[in-house]
Design a protein around this ligand. Sequence first.
Ligand code: ADP
Length: 471
Amino acid sequence: MNRKSFANATLAPWLLGATLLLFIVIAGALFLNLMRLRDSFSWVQHTNDVLLSISGIQQAVLEAETNERGYLLTGIDSYRETYSRKRDDLASRLDNLRSTAADNPEHAARIDELRQLIDMRTAQLGRVIELGPERLREALDILEQARTDRLTERVEASLAGLTQTEQGLLAERMSRHDQESLAAALITACLLILAVASAAIAAFLLEHQRAVSRQQEADQRLQALQAELMRVARLSTMGEMSSALAHELNQPLGAITNYVRGSRRLVDASNHPDKTRIGAALDKAAQQTLRAGEVIQRLREFVGRGETDKTIESLRAIAEDALALASVVTRDCPVDVELAIAPAVDRVLVDKVQLQQVFLNLIRNAFEAMREQPERRLTIDGSAAADGLIEVVVTDSGPGLDPQIADRMFQPFTTTKPEGMGIGLSISQTIIQAHGGSIKAEPAPGGGTLFRFTLPQAEFALSEVQTAAAV
Ligand code: ADP
């Protein structure tokens, strides 16, 4: 991670916090604004209702007068009835209008004044209706008086005044409502921008977190590799020391063998009464010295760098050497070993030390797996397979594979052992693949684990090398 992205990553949480805080504040502002918007809308609606109510009163006054005239001129009862309905309607409309203006004393006073005028006017009309066409002369007098009183004009003027006031209010309230709507739109836009910004910063932080975890994983892996390198370096030093030690021990062992043989000859030539028993003991001493020499020779070959080129080797001999090396581990819990490599498949073209390593890894793993088992049995079978290959099967009677790692046990650093490195199988796979074969593990039929690997037969591998050279 470079310095710039590190600085961004440190700044980002603060920025995210500030953005979220701003988001909350603006969301609060939007809430208040929406409440005000709702209020202003209800005021607009209220003013519209009042205007409708005023126009309804205007209409009712007009219809009451029309029906009064109709009755006076024709004497038809339906005019009279309609008049009565309109008069009642007028009263209820006035009540409604009055209740809507209850919180506005000035408005209420104007409505009361209007009510008085309308009451006076309906009283006049009521008297005219009472007189009817039968007493037309008296009725016309009342109407004449009404014209003089100008009641109708005063009612109309009062209604017009109220309408004008309400229209003024409506214009004012609609303008406020428009302003609130604009503010709500602006605040919503701000909120959207902040939401997008917060999402972008959160995504950046998440990605940064992922990058940090990836970096940590890479660091851990690097540390493990470094530790492994140090271990390999230590092993290599130990290998070199063992090689030197083996070389140093070879000399005295050779001398011991010669001395023992010389002693044997001296005893043979003497007349000692126990010369037969001493001779047998000296023979055994010579045999053991030779065996010690063989073990040391194998150790030298194993740890020494040796030839890396492939040579024709005996599969059985390599397996035996590996078993001898691994037997050091099984001294306290012996294992029943069966080595069954058919002579027909014994010759392989391999890097001897590397193949020893594969056998050693598999045998050591098997021995370790069987350590707690009551019955410890290891078999190594070698037989011919298709395509000029040899198949080697190493089977143990251990507890079987741990299902948690069964599908990745050939990956480096996979281990279930407290002290394990988890690289034995990985190295074995690399070696087998480098020899043109493959390796896999599976549960053994009678319990335990079975490792199966293939190698090219010497003749087959050689003929392939020759074909390649001819081409
Ligand atoms: P390690 O050094 O940990 O043994 P290996 O690569 O040799 O590393 O083996 C990896 C893991 O595979 C072991 O820790 C063990 O869990 C499992 N394993 C290997 N061989 C056997 C076996 N014969 N039986 C059961 N488990 C095995």
